[in-house]
Design a protein around this ligand. Sequence first.
Ligand code: ADP
Ligand code: MG
Length: 476
Amino acid sequence: MERAQGQLEAEMQNLEEEKNRVIEEAFIRAESEMKAVHENLAGVRMNLLSLQPALRTLTCDYNCLKRQVQDFPFMLDKAITEAKQEICQVISEVSSANQELLRKYKREMNLRKKCHNELVRLKGNIRVFCRVRPVSQEEQDSADAKTMLSFDSEDDAVLYLSNKGKIMTFELDKVFSPQATQEEVFQEVQSLVTSCIDGFNVCIFAYGQTGSGKTYTMEGVVDDPGINQRALRLLFSEVTEKAPDWDYIITVSMVEIYNETLRNLLGENPTDKLDIKMNPDGSGQLYVPGLTEFTVQSPEDINKVFELGHMNRATACTNLNEHSSRSHALLIITVSGFNSATGNRTQGKLNLVDLAGSERIAKSGAEGSRLREAQCINKSLSALGDVINALRCKHSHIPFRNSRLTYLLQDSLSGDSKTLMMVQVSPLPGNMSESVCSLKFAQRVRSVELSSSSRRHENSSTSSSPTHDSVKHTCS
Ligand code: ADP
Ligand code: MG
């Protein structure tokens, strides 16, 4: 028992020692772990300390952003309003600059028209040219070929004619010798043609005896066209150049005046007579009811119109050559323009007239219809001379109503309009007396203005009845 008790006590002693040792070990371990935790805790604390200011700045930033987001719509509105104001300001500046430019442009246009007017006035609103046709091959072979006309190499406005040993001198605005080409002739008339784009009315007449080259000058031949075709081509190219600022419409009519009656050459019924009437709108303008007008848009259109006109003229008579020399042929071109930027409108008319032959009929030979034709031609050519005379003398009464021709062309002969008389002359000695007549007619038409204007300067009271009769279509 005692031994067993001794053993048990030793065992207990061992266990007690073991327990104390384990406790001591656990304590030491716990202590070191505790120390590590403490150290960690210190680290965390340190971190926490450094994070705090960052957190503060973040909060601050966040608040700031929040404010900005709240303010953003207002700022955007403000910016948009400001931008709008700026844009409006710039637009109004540009628009006023535009207005200014437009005003200047209008002024320049007016000035241009005035200058053009002035230039034409200085040159004379009524100009007289002379064209001498060449001697043809057949004529050259005949004995009659010796020409009696001569030109001045220094002065292209003078023509000399030797008649029965006497030299007569004719002064005109321009003389074209037989060598002058269609192109050269057209060069001299093209400024007149283009002025109808600016709203002027223009008349170009070809005057002269049958066979002197009127139709050659106005219509020309197929491969060398005359003024009619060239004028339309020029008008097309000019109005094309003015696009897109200006919008133009070009219309064409063709009429014939035979025995004082007016015929519509582009109409369905070319034999129908046309009337000239006062426009009922009270404008004082004349118009021709039923007159056919074709709008032309290209040179091809022109050819079609000319063909139709020729066909109609030919079908209405038995001998076209004879008939055409006894009637006036008119090509009437109207150019209407509209400027969409300025709202300006213009309308000009170009009348190209191939007159009836100016030859005098032998007093004994003519009777019946031939006499009537001759009287009608004489009457209308005299009336034309009288009207031009009265215009140049600035008479208060212009006798437009004395013939269909002058009545029809009334608008295009009066006011600001321009007239060119192309007097055609044959160079043949056999035609000498008619050539002298034509040149005298030309000379008188031209000299009226000079004498009347100088008279006006000298004494205005004597200008009432200047050389009125001198332009009568009669040769003494
Ligand atoms: P009109 O119309 O005055 O009666 P035309 O124009 O018919 O006269 O001319 C008569 C002839 O003379 C025609 O054969 C025409 O071709 C010719 N002719 C006229 N002028 C010229 C010219 N400048 N150059 C060449 N031939 C011309
Ligand atoms: Mg002819």
